[in-house]
Design a protein around this ligand. Sequence first.
Ligand SMILES: Nc1ncnc2c1ncn2[C@@H]1O[C@H](COP(=O)(O)OP(=O)(O)OP(=O)(O)O)[C@@H](O)[C@H]1O
Ligand SMILES: [Mg+2]
Length: 206
Amino acid sequence: MKKILVCNGKGGTGKSTTSILLAGATAESGQVVSIKDIDPQQTSHKWIEKALSDVTHFSQDATPKVIIVDSPPDIKFDQLHEEMLSADLIILVMEPSWINFETAADAAAVIDTLGVSWKTRILFNKVQVGTKMAKNLGEMEDRIGITALKNHLGQRQGYNHFYVYGWSYLSQKESDDVMKLAMEVMFLEPAMNEDIDENTMEVVNG
Ligand SMILES: Nc1ncnc2c1ncn2[C@@H]1O[C@H](COP(=O)(O)OP(=O)(O)OP(=O)(O)O)[C@@H](O)[C@H]1O
Ligand SMILES: [Mg+2]
């Protein structure tokens, strides 16, 4: 069982969109997947009733292969911190804009305090290819100090409509991009020692 937590302290960055797209792609690839929605808004929870896929609500009794945890726009939420500690992978979903950068950096600071940066990855969402902002992804990644996923999500109408119309509504490009992201996320196994600095290693090794 792999638990993937999707978070950001800022509202509207695409936590719920990412959660349901990843859940949809995981179900589409034949894996048993559940969503645990700890956001009082219950966006992802409500989606499951509409979902034209096999995604289920998380229950303590069930043992899905993958659990996606959607979270509220509140980085100080106690239950979020508990989920951060127990997750196998944390996805910090952010829009590539400098205003959104500040709240993503605040979230990264909390993640760092909890000692879970090593299992966290940035997901850039609403990326508009060819824009100046899209060229700044590397700089934002460096400044936040958390590795970004190789795949990101574009600003696409299909991702907006997915909530109601489901997987088959996505264009080929849209579903291919989500599936590539889902595969990267499914197979990613962060190792704690990825954070060990090579210079420190040299000192330790004499
Ligand atoms: N990649 C995308 N392409 C197009 N629209 C998107 C994309 N990602 C998110 N959106 C839209 O942006 C809005 C906010 O997305 P979403 O509800 O997923 O954010 P959120 O982080 O879960 O918000 P909240 O903090 O309120 O829970 C929605 O209208 C959604 O359809
Ligand atoms: Mg949401």
